[in-house]
Design a protein. Structure first.
Lengths: 270, 266
């Protein structure tokens, strides 16, 4: 990068580059391009299959544009209600269980062994996609919404604990000390010094997780863990794309409503 | 000094009443929902669950270590699905976000269209996109890549258009005052302002996509999910534990990698 000074007489200015070192930049760009080219070659795109599939799926596309709410309406309503109940129960369980893990995973208030234990639980819960966890629970306790509730609870724990722990790590200690100086007991310390600092964020996170859990409840049904996903999967299996399209539209509408609801709550607690 | 009321309360009585009502409603709803789920559950299976689960874990040992070598290609495919899917999503979201941001959108109707695309993409999970795409394109990595990118477009566009809406107008005006064209104004005033948060979003999404791409294989869209499905349906638990360990280490690696990139770039 050249400097814009009168004395240098050099007015040609260039935008600063992302990576300052010239050679490093060349190597990184070259590697990135090589990687992309290599992976494209390794894709092995079967163009004939795609052409065949596209011509065959014209009927499916047409079905998708004509959503059919009527013929499967009862099972759609049933699936959506099951998803909503699963979502709510699992989020409540997730919130209750995540609180002790969050305190355990906050570096500033937790002893080292408990800290590592809580962090390990968080890492395992966050690493596996909901569907993988759902497969496990379906194998262990059988098909149905209970497997879904356990799945969503398990994956909520990691999410809520991690973010809440970060919030606890950021609290203002002077407030805690001020309350302590009045001779407050431990429960009083929690209600008057620590909770007010983390509660708004915690409510926001819980509402956000409710939203995520509803979306996830639609997929875990594909592997048999109940909810609207079961209905959706059945529609795909029977190639009833008009019903599948109706289910997707209902899901999108509920997600939208949920988003409005969560932004309303978050505005209110601010 | 006048008399002061020292009976300070954290919350007023009315607020406490309101909160009690709120909690009662929440607990009632919970019991109601719980009853629905309980009615649809075969409880003996659940009571048996702990025993079944521990038996299952026992069957995973000893792990089939040599299976690791068979997983290298699926792991590579999984990373490819996440990376190319994220790249495609980034390219698409540049357009979508530009149309969706209030201050850069050329027309209100186009803006609504872009917002509709964002909502659709965000509401439908990548596994469902994958089911649809496998029917159309046939099984394989390509279906996975497209599924991941369709799911990510909404996420990346949403965060990008929000940061475009928050830019500092003064910088744009300053560049425009030099006589720059609309396009150069965009490049020299808008892009530098949104770039750091955009890169952060993209890398974060890549990290999420690694997790998502481990499951698209379940419906035939490539990656390690295919092997996972095979191992579980075939009750090959010593293989399954190797797959779980591979997924865990892949996700941990991607998390460290994305944290490092975000730190150096921002």
């Amino acid at each position: 990068m050249t400097l814009l000074t009168e004395s240098s007489g050099n007015y040609s200015w260039q935008r600063p580059h992302l990576i300052k070192n010239k050679n490093k930049r060349a190597i990184i760009y070259l590697l990135a391009v090589a990687y992309i080219i290599f992976t494209f070659i390794s894709l092995k795109i079967d163009s004939q299959r795609i052409i065949l599939g596209l011509s065959r799926s014209q009927k499916y596309f047409a079905d998708f544009l004509r959503p059919d709410f009527i013929s499967r309406w009862n099972s759609i309503v049933d699936g959506i209600l099951e998803s909503l109940t699963m979502t709510y129960v699992a989020t409540v369980f997730g919130i209750i269980i995540s609180i002790p893990f969050a305190f355990g995973a906050a570096e500033n208030i937790s002893p080292k062994p408990i800290y590592y234990l809580s962090r390990a639980v968080i890492v395992i819960s966050r690493s596996f996609q909901e569907v993988v966890i759902a497969i496990f629970f379906v194998v262990v306790i059988g098909f149905g919404p209970m497997a879904g509730v356990l799945t969503l609870t398990f994956s909520s724990i990691g999410f809520l604990s991690k973010l809440l722990a970060e919030e606890i790590e950021d609290i203002d200690w002077t407030q805690v000390e001020a309350v302590k100086a009045t001779g407050a007991s431990w429960p009083q310390l929690m209600t008057y010094a620590i909770l007010p600092q983390i509660l708004p964020r915690f409510i926001g996170l819980s509402v956000y997780r409710l939203d995520i859990n509803f979306r996830a409840s639609a997929v875990i049904g594909v592997v048999g863990a109940g909810g609207i996903g079961t209905t959706l999967n059945a529609a795909f299996d029977r190639y009833e794309f008009d019903s599948a399209s109706a289910i997707l539209i209902v899901m999108i509408a509920i997600v939208l409503l949920g988003e409005l609801f969560s932004s309303f709550i978050r505005k209110k607690i601010k | 000094m006048s008399k002061k009321n020292y009976n300070w309360q954290l919350k007023s009585t009315l607020r406490i009443l309101k909160e009690i009502l709120f909690w009662a409603a929440g607990i009632w709803l919970f019991i109601y929902c719980w009853n629905i789920i309980s009615a649809r559950t075969i409880w003996p299976f659940v009571y048996d669950g702990a025993e079944q689960g521990s038996k299952l874990l026992m069957r995973m040992f000893p792990p089939n270590w040599t299976y690791f070598l068979d997983l290298l290609r699926p792991i590579w495919d999984t990373i490819t699905i996440a990376t190319l899917g994220t790249l495609a999503a980034i390219l698409l979201s540049l357009f979508v976000a530009f149309l969706a941001a209030e201050n850069t959108s050329p027309h209100p109707l186009l803006r609504q269209l872009a917002l509709l695309i964002i909502v659709t993409s965000r509401s439908v999970s990548s596994l469902i996109w994958a089911i649809i795409l496998v029917i159309i394109l046939g099984p394989g990595v390509l279906a996975g890549i497209i599924a991941i990118s369709l799911r990510s477009v909404g996420f990346v566009s949403k965060l990008l258009y929000e940061s475009i809406e928050e830019i500092d107008r003064k910088q744009v005006e300053a560049v425009e005052a030099t006589g720059a064209s609309k396009f150069s104004a965009l490049i020299y005033s808008v892009v530098p302002q949104v770039f750091p948060s955009f890169v952060g979003t993209a890398v974060y999404r890549w990290d999420i996509n690694i997790r998502e791409s481990t499951v698209v294989g379940l419906v035939g869209a490539g990656g390690i999910g295919l092997q996972l499905n095979e191992a579980i349906l075939g009750l090959k638990w010593p293989d399954a534990i190797i797959i779980f360990m591979m997924i865990l280490s892949l996700v941990l690696f991607s998390e460290l990698f994305s944290a490092k990139i975000r730190k150096t770039l921002i």
